[in-house]
Ligand binder design. Structure first.
Ligand SMILES: NC(=O)c1ccc[n+]([C@@H]2O[C@H](COP(=O)([O-])OP(=O)(O)OC[C@H]3O[C@@H](n4cnc5c(N)ncnc54)[C@H](OP(=O)(O)O)[C@@H]3O)[C@@H](O)[C@H]2O)c1
Length: 211
């Protein structure tokens, strides 16, 4: 697939590595051209740095790997309000969560995925990849059996299929929780998971195993 990654930080690097190693064509768009070029060079595998607008053009999927409060700026740079992402699966991994206490930071608890959908008209937003530390996605390529379930929400079944494939390609198992009307629940789980991790507990141990 042709994948555009917006952002040049930890998650962009991890999924950029995982997907390019899995054979996808990856381009990186950052607000800093220098950081995008450095990351592309580090990743190798033919990964290119482009301006954000070019990085989203003609892609099979786009990952919005920026801080929650940088989403609006980055989507602006990508031309989202002009329809640059129309029809494109847009992966939202953002966590607008206060680390340590788990409180959602968006006003009135507005889900980030809904905010992103509003900022990118016509994009098929899929919430995914927000619950695991980035490092999880760099070690599983090469047929290592999956051990993590990636819960996702989205309204478009074709986009969910595309993102599901990208989850599998980095060693995860996609699990569709529901449409975007359930995404708030999925975003609040991040507060729970991060809160337990900060308190020194393994979040896995707090989720019942249903036979
Ligand atoms: N790291 C993880 O383990 C992990 C796991 C799950 C989900 N996430 C989520 O994934 C997203 C990215 O996380 P990360 O760890 O990769 O963060 P990070 O390493 O801090 O990188 C943040 C990225 O956002 C960009 N950015 C920040 N403000 C911006 C703005 N106003 N306009 C344009 N770009 C802006 C930064 O650009 P500059 O470098 O130019 O500042 C950088 O490329 C976050 O929403 C995070 O909650 C992260």
């Amino acid at each position: 697939m042709r994948i555009g990654i917006l952002g040049t930080g930890t998650l962009a690097a991890a999924l950029g590595e995982g997907w390019s190693r899995a054979g996808h064509e990856v381009v990186i768009g950052g607000r800093s051209r220098v950081k995008a070029e450095k990351l592309a060079e580090r990743l190798g595998h033919g990964v290119l740095a482009l301006a954000p607008r070019e990085a989203v053009s003609g892609r099979d999927a786009v990952l919005l790997a920026v801080s929650w409060d940088g989403v609006e700026d980055m989507l602006g740079l990508a031309g989202a309000s002009d329809g640059a992402l129309e029809g494109t699966p847009l992966i939202d991994p953002t966590n607008a969560v206060a680390h340590g206490v788990g409180v959602l930071l968006t006003e009135h608890g507005e889900p980030m995925a809904r905010r992103i959908a509003g900022l990118a008209p016509g994009a098929h937003v899929v919430k995914a990849f927000h619950l695991f530390p980035a490092g999880r996605w760099t070690g599983a390529v090469g047929g290592v059996p999956s051990s993590v379930t990636v819960a996702m929400c989205g309204d478009d079944s074709a986009a969910l299929r595309v993102v599901g494939e990208l989850v599998r390609d980095v060693g995860g198992t996609p699990a569709i929780l529901g449409a975007l009307d359930r995404v708030r629940q999925l975003e609040e789980v991040a507060g729970f998971v991060i809160g337990l991790a900060f308190a020194g507990f393994d979040p896995n141990s707090a989720v019942p195993r249903v036979p």
